[in-house]
Design a protein. Structure first.
Lengths: 684, 171
């Protein structure tokens, strides 16, 4: 039977990328001069399954590279080689290479062949070139030339058959390498009554008489290496294998194989079946990305669904013959229904949530490479990695975060000598933190570097014509300038940052997610970037407000307070811009009906209400006619069938089936700023 | 329920061979226009829409069609014709529009009344007279004569992918 292997490609790739991730993070944990067997085993296992998979699917380039990688790892494992910084770097490089190759397979594109060959050559060099310098003559492969044969002691663990491996297949394969003499060791074989047909009790001593390399033999045992004790020793030319023996062995093998066949086959089948079902499920979703969900989350959901069913049947029964007496019961039932729905909704949402460590885990590697490149010393601290974030948010926040971290490293942290001169410890600290606060997720990136240079930013902004040279700006406003397109203060454009594209994109991406970004900085002490993101993109709590005939929804998270307007607190600038004195602050009053060209109930400021909202660190008062209720709304995209509207982040469907717009607070503030500037200009 | 009457057009006709050239026609100020019937998703009665802030005048607003937010365009206003009060026979034809990248979007088009369906073979279609490039003409795929009446066949992709409806997508 031929199986179309390509159907498993996606799964193989997905698992391999995960494997590479494991390899990478384990490599970063490796310490120079120390051999931590657990770490090495971790890397080895990952490399091994990538190698096995790629060989199966015929991606020989990947298999070849991982094979060399594995050989090197094996030497670490058996203490034949000492872990050095260079070797770790080389291994990381090869991980990148494999990743490159795999992504090429995934997109059907090309990978950087020359670098792959280079890495492979480097690995080979390390393996062959230095092997003599390390004191291991006994294991070295130069014996190969006068090797007449090998003595292989092959003792499978009892569990080998259960793993779907057939020792006879391996022996047959060894046979194909040359003439063999095999002796079976029956010592462990129990009496028939105690014999478990699924266990393997036999071990073999194989004398292989052929001029093959050890590698070739190792390759035969590739798949079972974890399931057996294996010893391969070279033998001299004194062992002569007689053909008669060989025949007997073959006969033995075939009968034994037949006898065992059923057991093994059955095992393999059940094994492959049980493996297949989740994979098939996987496959259907791979194109649109897939999520691994903990079984507990699924169980929880099933519980809720069953509760929902119970509530439904209760309400159904109630409806069969309903009398006014039952009204209390009905209300109770509806309450229960609401609770069930909400709980179900929450747990469905939770399925989409993944710990932010998925994003954070990229950073150790990046920091390591970058700090080498920039000649800086950095200690990366991660906290709150377990904070859960919606999968979509996670995917979109990755790149902005990378950019911000790079910036901190490049512009923020100083070189060791400067740090020492400024009385700071040599090693800079970069801290990534994530936590939940209210309905949002907050990600903080802080460093103890030089902080933002106010004057430099200011001068640059004047130079670029972003501000006039006599503009008086608050610190916040100045820091805000770095988010403008085409703004970069790096004296030299480095590979890392300074191209002037980026910060504006960072802010745009974060805004698209409905979040905001704020920078705080103290010169000489460091800076801290805080990103607020909504917990989920699909549902949010909203405050319904009315302007004229229209109902709008303001995200509850961005509302600070709502208040009745006191006429004496309304001030104005040049008679055009309205301000409201709220305690010690002056807030800009933004009349929603003006922004959206609507007809309000009344244009008199005293008739309406002011909703104080915050976005991107700025506060304004939104003037509306009336506050309606608060409710959870399902966010629908306007862009699916229409286009983006400034000041509107999406739409939702209200209880009566009509559509209402959800306001984009940072966007509104930006529009209102623009308007204010235009008015002021016109006045001036 | 509101007075929603949904007619699923696609099931009422035999969508087989020749469906390629089948057109649904509607009236607009006494003129008869036709759109490719395969692009018509459904025909609905006019229902109150939610207006969109700062949208072009001919974009009346959005409605909820089974959970998706669908913009509604008044074709009279799109063509700069005289506005009329909406009556119970005012209908919204919900069509699928493809943009250049092949992305499908759903839009509603307000017309006076729905008229008929015709099969118009390719060879019976005459090109619209070249007369400048006002929007009204670039959206016309061709003209046809049915029972002595002129039928204006519209290219809805062009009609509903004009700049005002799509350009801001990038922003």
């Amino acid at each position: 039977m031929t199986i179309d292997l390509s159907q498993f490609h996606a799964i193989f790739l997905e698992e391999s990328f995960e494997g590479l991730q494991v390899m990478e993070s384990s490599l970063l944990n490796m310490i120079e001069g120390e051999t931590d067997v657990d770490i090495i085993n971790n890397i080895f296992r990952a490399a091994h399954s990538i190698k096995g998979g790629s060989a199966t699917f015929g991606f020989s380039n990947v298999a070849a590279l991982t094979h060399v990688l594995e050989t090197l790892l094996d030497e670490f494992r058996s203490d034949k080689r000492i872990v050095t910084k260079d070797l770790i770097s080389l291994l990381l490089e090869s991980v990148d290479c494999v990743r490159d190759m795999l992504s090429a397979i995934q997109d059907g594109g090309k990978y950087n062949e020359s670098s792959a060959i280079e890495v492979q050559n480097k690995l080979q060099q390390v393996l062959t070139g230095e092997i003599l310098s390390i004191n291991n003559p006994d294991e070295a492969e130069e014996i190969e030339s006068d090797v007449q044969g090998w003595r292989i002691l092959f003792s499978p663990y009892p569990s080998m058959l259960q793993n779907g491996n057939d020792p006879f297949r391996i022996i047959r394969e060894i046979q194909s390498l040359g003439s063999v003499k095999i002796e079976v060791d029956l010592e462990k074989l129990p009496i028939l009554a105690e014999l478990d047909p699924e266990d393997c009790y036999l071990s073999w001593e194989i004398l292989l008489h052929a001029a093959v390399s050890k590698d070739e033999i190792n390759e035969v045992f590739e798949w079972v290496i974890d399931d057996c004790d294996l010893k391969i020793e070279p033998i001299g030319s004194d062992v002569v294998i007689q053909d008669t023996d060989n025949e007997i062995i073959e006969e033995m093998l075939s009968t034994a194989a037949n006898a065992r066949d059923d057991v093994v086959k059955g095992d393999q089948e059940s094994e492959s079946l049980s493996r297949l079902s989740p994979e098939v499920k996987h496959k259907r979703t791979t194109n649109s990305g897939s999520i691994r969900v903990g079984i507990d989350k699924v169980d929880e959901m099933i519980n809720m669904v069953s509760e929902l069913v119970i509530t439904q049947s209760m309400l159904g029964q109630l409806g069969e013959d309903f009398t006014m007496v039952d009204i209390e019961k009905l209300k109770e039932g509806l309450c229960q229904l609401e609770r069930n729905t909400r709980e179900l909704q929450e747990s469905v949402m939770r399925i989409r949530m993944l710990p932010i460590s998925f994003v954070f885990n990229r950073f150790p590697r990046m920091i390591r490479d970058l700090s080498n490149e920039l000649g800086k010393q950095v200690e990366l601290r991660l906290s709150g990695e377990q904070t859960e974030v919606d999968k979509t948010v996670m995917e979109k926040i990755g790149d902005p975060l990378i950019h911000l971290v790079r910036n901190s490293l490049d512009h923020g942290l100083e070189k060791p000598d400067i740090r020492v001169a400024n009385g700071k410890p040599e090693i800079g600290i970069l801290h990534l933190n994530a936590y939940h606060k209210g309905g949002s997720i907050i990600i903080e990136i802080s460093d103890d570097g030089a902080g933002l240079d106010r004057d430099k930013i200011r001068n640059k902004a004047i130079q670029n014509g972003l501000i006039a040279d006599d503009d008086i700006l608050t610190d916040e406003k100045i820091y805000d300038l770095i988010f403008q397109a085409g703004f970069s203060t790096a004296d030299q454009v480095s590979d890392v940052s300074g191209r002037g594209v980026g910060m504006d994109v960072v802010r745009k991406n974060i805004r698209e997610l409905g979040g905001s970004i704020v920078i705080k900085s103290t010169p000489g002490e460091g800076s801290k970037i805080t990103i607020h993101l909504p917990l989920t993109l699909a549902i949010m709590d909203g405050q319904l407000v009315r302007v004229g005939d229209e109902i709008y929804i303001i995200p509850l998270v961005s509302i600070i307070e709502s208040l009745q307007i006191k006429p004496e607190k309304v001030k104005s600038i040049t008679g055009k811009m309205e301000l409201y004195k709220l305690r010690e602050e002056y807030l800009n009053i933004t009349r929603l009906y003006q922004l959206f060209t609507l007809t309000p109930d009344s244009e008199d400021i005293n008739d309406g209400l002011l909703v104080v909202v915050e976005g991107d660190g700025a506060k304004v008062g939104l003037y509306v006619d009336e506050l309606l209720g608060q409710q959870q709304v399902v966010i629908k995209s306007l862009e699916t069938n229409y286009k983006h509207i400034n000041g509107v982040s999406g739409a939702t469907i209200l209880g009566d089936g009509t559509v209402a717009m959800i306001l984009d607070v940072p966007g509104l503030i930006a529009i209102s700023k623009d308007r204010a500037e235009n008015t002021v200009e016109r006045v001036a | 329920m509101s007075a929603l009457e949904t007619v699923d057009v696609n099931t009422n006709y035999d969508v087989g061979e020749g469906a390629e050239n089948q057109y649904l026609t509607f009236m607009l100020m006494g003129e008869e226009y036709g759109v490719d019937i395969l692009r018509v998703q459904e025909i609905r009665c006019w229902q109150t829409v939610t207006t969109l802030p700062n949208a072009p005048v001919y974009v009346k607003g959005v409605v909820n069609i089974r959970g998706s937010i669908v913009p509604v365009v008044d074709l009279r206003m799109r063509f700069g014709m005289e506005e009329v009060e909406y009556t119970p026979v005012t209908v919204v034809i919900v069509v699928k529009v493809l943009n250049e990248e092949g992305r499908e979007r759903v839009m509603g088009v307000v017309v006076d009344t729905v008229s008929d369906t015709y099969i118009i073979p390719e060879e019976n279609m005459k090109p619209a007279p070249e007369f400048g490039d006002s929007i009204d003409l670039t959206c016309v795929k061709g003209l046809a004569t049915v029972n002595d009446n002129m039928l204006i066949l519209l290219d809805i992709d062009r009609l509903l992918n004009s700049d005002e409806l799509t350009v801001l997508e990038r922003g």
